[in-house]
Design a protein around this ligand. Sequence first.
Ligand SMILES: Nc1ncnc2c1ncn2[C@@H]1O[C@H](COP(=O)(O)OP(=O)(O)OP(=O)(O)O)[C@@H](O)[C@H]1O
Length: 324
Amino acid sequence: MQADHALTQAAAPAAQSAPVILRTIELTKQYGARLAVKHLNLEIKHGEIVGFLGPNGAGKTTTIRMILGLIAPTGGRVEIFGRDLASERDFLLPHVGALVEMPALYQHLTGCENLRAMGAVLGGVSRQRIEEVLELVGLQARQRDRVRTYSLGMKQRLGLAIALLNDPDLLILDEPANGLDPAGIVEMRDLLQRLANEGKTVFLSSHFLGEVQQICSRVIFLNAGQLVANKTVAELTRGQGEYVVELEQSQEALDLLKKQPWGAQARLDDDGRLLTSAPGDSGRELYAFLAQAGFPPESLAPATQNLEEVFFSLINNHEGDKAQ
Ligand SMILES: Nc1ncnc2c1ncn2[C@@H]1O[C@H](COP(=O)(O)OP(=O)(O)OP(=O)(O)O)[C@@H](O)[C@H]1O
């Protein structure tokens, strides 16, 4: 059965053939007259780290809360490991680790005592597992200190340690980097990468686009409750088939390129580099053309966009679509 397979499969890079771990089918949430999430169809495969992005109020938290069974959908459903969440919730949720909002921690207890207390709620967790999760999140050295002395980043990591106590196959994280300083963000990123390398599947919402670009294999964009993009980071950040060229006489080369049928949109960027399409969409042909014309490029590479640029253009396009 696919569900059992998904629960026991060893760490593997997410592939086309990897089993689907999380699926939403026409998932919908209506608050009074407001449709917060509209007919959302998502699929997350084993071993993926998927970023869930969107502007404030897009419906990310609402979606995550439905996936975790914290609120009921008004339409559609959620499947985890191929099983229906609504009817098999008690079986499924112990296999899902979650970090939503700031975790509720006992400030007067130590990190280790917090883990033991949460372990007891879960029906008992071994001393060895507590040691393992402390090591995973890098809190071993501070485990005997009271939580009230922890930094925000340490509290977030302790929250993640609690989410990991059950050794879940799927991790759902709502803004795990929220409130962290740059060093804390890097620590969180390394930790998530380690978990993915161990075969965990991670679905995380974030406003930190640079982090998402570095850590996530795929990104799902939500706007006004609707899916507007679902692509790999490489697909999203690839430019529009343009090339960025560095050479000495960039202005002269630009004048020449603009006279070519394929080069009419050529331009210089803020750093004085040439941005242009290529003859036959081929970087090799572009290189040969420039070299033959007496402008041998120092470097030539496909142009890319960062995720922030993609994010704003997607949202603007979506607003434009809605206005039509
Ligand atoms: N309990 C609620 N009752 C009524 N409306 C709600 C409730 N929770 C969320 N909403 C509305 O649903 C929409 C989606 O909110 P949601 O919190 O899911 O967005 P989000 O993408 O997580 O935003 P943010 O990035 O700001 O956290 C918003 O318009 C919000 O005002």
